[in-house]
Design a protein around this ligand. Sequence first.
Ligand SMILES: Cc1cc2nc3c(=O)[nH]c(=O)nc-3n(C[C@H](O)[C@H](O)[C@H](O)COP(=O)(O)OP(=O)(O)OC[C@H]3O[C@@H](n4cnc5c(N)ncnc54)[C@H](O)[C@@H]3O)c2cc1C
Length: 386
Amino acid sequence: MTVVIIGAGMGGLSAALALLQRGIRADVYEEAPELGEVGAGLSIQPNARRVIASLGLIDDLADDVVAANGAARRDYRTGAILSLNRYDQADWRTSETGVWFVHRADLHRALVAGIRRLAPDAIHLGHQFVGFTQQDEEVEARFANGQTVRGTALVGADGLRSATRAALFGPESPRFSGIVAWRGLVPMERIPPGLVSPDSCRWIGPTTRILCYPVRRRTLLNFVAAAANQTWQIESWKVHSDVSELLAAFEGADPAIHTIVSQTPPELLYKWALFDRDPLPTWTVGRVTLLGDAAHPMLPFLGQGAGIALEDGIVLARCLEAERDVPAALARYERVRKPRATTVQLESRANAQVPFDRAVETSLYGRISQRERADLEAYDATAVPI
Ligand SMILES: Cc1cc2nc3c(=O)[nH]c(=O)nc-3n(C[C@H](O)[C@H](O)[C@H](O)COP(=O)(O)OP(=O)(O)OC[C@H]3O[C@@H](n4cnc5c(N)ncnc54)[C@H](O)[C@@H]3O)c2cc1C
C-alpha cells in the first residue's frame, strides 16, 4: 500500500508519520519549494498531546514546549482577573490537564524529523497538486510541474483552500467570518516581568479579544488578537500589519495590552482574515479522502484546528492498518472522525460570536463551559474505537 498525501502541514505530516510507524508507505507532496512554518504560537490541548506522544515526538519537543502554569481571563479595561485555572504540570510529559504552548515551526520541524528518521525521501517539495484520476485498484495524482504519482489511497491535507477538496466536490468559496486576526511575537525581555501572569492570559472585549502566551523556552511572547465587523478579507500568513492599526483596534483596553502590542517588532506582526466552511456531507470518495483543514476548516476560537488535524492523522493510519481494503478503511476513518471534527468546527464558530455579542463574558473559554472543554480534551485518538 502507498498512501499519497497532499500537503506538508500539521495534518499531512502527522498522517505520514503515523502511517510510516505502522509500516505503511506514505509520500507527502507539498507545493512550497521549501519546508517551513510561519512564526506563530500554537496552543496544544491534552487531546493533541496524546497524538504527539504517540508519534514519539516528546523528546524532539522537550526543549521547546512551554507547559503552562495557568490560564486567566482578564477584564478588558482594567486587567483584573475574572476567572483563573491553575495547572500543575511539574511532570509535563505525562500531565493530563493544562495546555502546552509551542512555536508552530518547532512542532513542524519535529514532525519532519520523525518522518525522515523512518523514510528520508518521503517528503517531496515543489509539487502543487492539480487533480486526480481514480480507478478500481489505484489513484493517480497530477501536479503542476507535470509529474504524476500513483498510490492505493490519496489524502488531501492541503488546508483551507484545498485543491483536493475542489477536485472531489467542486469549487466552493470559504466563508468569511467578518473577523480579522493579528499574530505577533514579542521578545520577552521587552515585556515588564509579571505583566502576563499566569502564562496564558486572554482579554475579551465587546468587539476585540487578545490571547497571550510564551513560546520558545519563554523567550518570546506570542499573541493572537482578533477584531470583529471587518471587511478586509485577505487570508494569508504573509501579510504584515502595522502596530498603530492594532493599537487603534484596542483603544480603551487594559494598558497592558498596549504595552505588549507596542513592543512587537514590525517584522513579527502579521494579520489575516479568518475563514471557515460549513461541514461537508462526506469527506471520502472511494480511495480519496480529506484530512485537517481541507476537510473541516475551523475558526481558531477553541485553539483546536491543528489538534484535530493531528488526531485525523492517527485515526487514518489506524484505520488503514486495521483494514487493508482501502475504500472500506477510508469510510471507517470518516465514520470515526467526522462527528468529532464537525462538533469542534461548529463549536469554534459559535465560540467566535460570544465576545462580540456580549460585552460581559465570564467563562475562561467563551461560550463553552469548563465541563464541555474537559470533554473535548478527553478524546484519545490513539485509542478511540475504530
Ligand atoms: C489565527 C489562527 C490561530 C490558530 N491557533 C491555533 C492553536 O492555537 N491551536 C491549534 O490547534 N490550531 C490553531 N489554529 C488552526 C491551525 O493553524 C490549522 O487548523 C492547522 O494548521 C491545519 O493544518 P492542516 O495540515 O490541515 O493545514 P495547513 O497547515 O494549512 O497545511 C496545508 C499544507 O498544504 C499545502 N498545500 C496547499 N495547497 C496545496 C496543493 N495544491 N498542492 C500541494 N500542497 C498544497 C500548504 O502549502 C500547506 O503546507 C489557528 C489558526 C489560525 C488562523
